[in-house]
Design a protein around this ligand. Structure first.
Ligand SMILES: Nc1ncnc2c1ncn2[C@@H]1O[C@H](COP(=O)(O)OP(=O)(O)OP(=O)(O)O)[C@@H](O)[C@H]1O
Ligand SMILES: [Mg+2]
Length: 256
């Protein structure tokens, strides 16, 4: 069953993280330069939250396989390592990875909450521990045929509000902007969005279009993370992360 053309998918699509999860460098090597870069990213996001607190944050990208799951998972780990109570949510209902990364049971998850008839469903029964202090996890749950509909539901809004109350930080892994409308439909219910850009892979036009779509959706786009893969992209230490503010909302940026 396909609701969108697979042929339109990026030739850079990788299914590695869908099969095996993402690399948790920040948990395995907390003293590495990469982990330090994630801590810098955390600090930068905190700095941008001075006027209005950021407690629900999603990571998206223009296309598939640009590093959303890798960045959101590692960012959640460094936030938890800082002593804050963090909930990491897998809202990529098309290409979920969280249950693989943390080896979780995916029979219950976000979709259980969104489809349950029981409005008093206890989040504690669905949210799972991660094995990392302060970090709780909500896997995707069974994949539904109507992800965009579920993510745009009142249930999703209510869930985010409830999670916001319980945790210091809720980090949400969402699908890419140019593939499906899922992220557009939930972005205005989140405090902030960060765009992941993969150096050498994300095209300038694609990134611009993603920014335009976020703007149309009234999302609070904080900036972008440059996910810079050196070498063949397979090596654990081929990471490099930068953080920039280049993609603001000014539409006369034209061809920067
Ligand atoms: N900086 C990096 N260095 C090396 N490999 C990376 C880097 N970032 C991501 N990868 C690899 O690229 C692949 C895609 O990354 P990831 O799953 O995080 O992207 P995604 O945007 O969540 O993808 P999807 O669209 O499938 O959800 C994975 O195999 C991951 O291990
Ligand atoms: Mg992903």
């Amino acid at each position: 069953m396909a609701f969108f053309h697979r042929s339109s998918r990026s030739k850079n699509q990788s299914n590695e993280s869908i099969k095996n999860g993402v690399q948790l460098i920040t948990a395995m090597h907390p003293k590495s330069p990469i982990s330090e870069q994630f801590r810098t990213l955390r600090t930068n996001i905190n700095f941008m939250a001075i006027d209005s607190p950021i407690k629900t944050l999603a990571l998206t990208s223009a296309n598939v396989s640009e590093g959303k799951s890798t960045v959101s998972n590692n960012l959640a780990v460094v936030w938890a390592q800082n002593g804050q109570r963090v909930l990491l949510v897998d809202a990529d209902l098309r290409r979920p990875t969280l249950y693989r990364t943390f080896d979780l049971d995916n029979r219950q998850g976000l979709t259980t909450i969104l489809t349950s008839r029981d409005h008093t469903i206890d989040l504690n029964e669905i949210i799972q521990p991660s094995g990392i202090d302060n970090l709780s996890l909500l896997p995707s749950g069974p994949i539904p045929p109507n992800p965009a509909e579920l993510l745009s539901s009142h249930r999703m809004k209510d869930f985010l509000a409830a999670a916001r109350e319980r945790y210091d930080m809720v980090i949400v892994d969402v699908p890419p902007m140019l593939e499906v409308t899922d992220t557009q439909v939930i972005s205005h219910n989140l405090d902030a969005i960060v765009l992941v850009i993969k150096q050498g892979q994300t095209q300038k036009l694609g990134a611009k279009r993603a920014v335009e779509l976020l703007k149309l959706a009234h999302a609070n786009l904080l900036g972008y993370v440059m996910n810079d893969v050196e070498g063949d992209g397979g090596a654990g230490y081929g990471y490099g992360y930068g953080y920039g503010y280049g993609y603001g909302y000014s539409s006369n940026e034209d061809d920067k």
